[in-house]
Design a protein around this ligand. Structure first.
Ligand code: MN
Length: 246
């Protein structure tokens, strides 16, 4: 059988306490709609077969989910959180190792929400453990954990010239926002692709030829109402098609 659809590996959310892997169906739906073949990867370092998993896929989609363990970006856990946000160290370790290897191999990467934070941490950057800690939010106070279903955009982002802006074809657009953390210090290999009006980093991209970009919003929940958001998945599938092994 001739294979025509580039294979896009989608990392699952590991719920360690419940002993389950979970994933919003919007992720495989968006990959399917963009012409890719969705393949689930069990994000758990009990399966540390990173080379083998990468040999199965042409592109990598880092999905949303839990907070990343602060020690993985050299911080102590901040005591001021008013809510208990879930974490999954086993998922963190799997995704960081897989992402580092994917970057080495030039496997195209699209990170969504937590996926942006994961890409930043995998490359040596740091996060704000809560957006309220980021100085910029004190003057603007944009709500980044929206009180709305995920299919509704809620705040504006402004795009810098670069790969993401070329893909979306806009210099600003409305996005949804379901995060309480954000990128702080970026590694030198990543550039800021989009900012919210309060200065929160809303997208990053790898500088150079390799395709690796990430957005803090959830485009998988917007693709049915906003075709520009589908272009993110189409760009990943096209990059995956170019680099794939026979
Ligand atoms: Mn936001």
């Amino acid at each position: 059988m001739t294979r025509t659809r580039p294979r896009v590996g989608i990392t699952t959310t590991l719920e360690e306490a419940r002993g389950q892997h979970e994933i919003w169906r919007a992720y495989p739906d968006a990959v399917e709609r963009a012409g890719g073949l969705p393949v689930f990867l069990p994000a758990d370092d009990a399966y540390p077969h990173y080379e083998e998993y990468l040999s199965l896929i042409d592109g990598l989609l880092l999905s949303g989910g839990q907070d990343i363990l602060p020690s993985l970006y050299r911080q102590e856990p901040w005591g001021g959180l008013t809510e208990t946000w879930p974490m999954s160290p086993k998922r963190d370790r799997f995704e960081i190792q897989l992402t580092k290897l994917a970057l080495e191999r030039g496997v195209p990467i699209l990170g969504l929400c937590r996926g942006l934070q994961l890409l930043v941490v995998a490359l040596g950057g740091t996060l704000w453990q809560d957006v309220s800690l980021s100085g910029a939010t004190k003057t603007k106070q944009i709500r980044h954990f929206q009180n709305l279903a995920a299919q509704w955009p809620s705040h504006q982002v402004t795009l810098n010239p670069g790969r993401l802006r070329a893909i979306l074809g806009e210099s600003s657009l409305l996005v949804n926002s379901l995060h309480h953390q954000s990128a702080d210090r970026l590694p030198p290999t990543l550039m800021v692709s989009a900012l919210a009006a309060d200065g929160v980093v809303e997208a990053v991209e790898l500088q150079g030829e390799s395709f690796a970009l990430a957005v803090q919003w959830h485009p998988e929940h917007l693709v049915k109402t906003d075709p520009r958001q589908l272009a993110l998945f189409t760009a990943l599938v096209e990059a995956a098609a170019q680099g794939r092994r026979p």
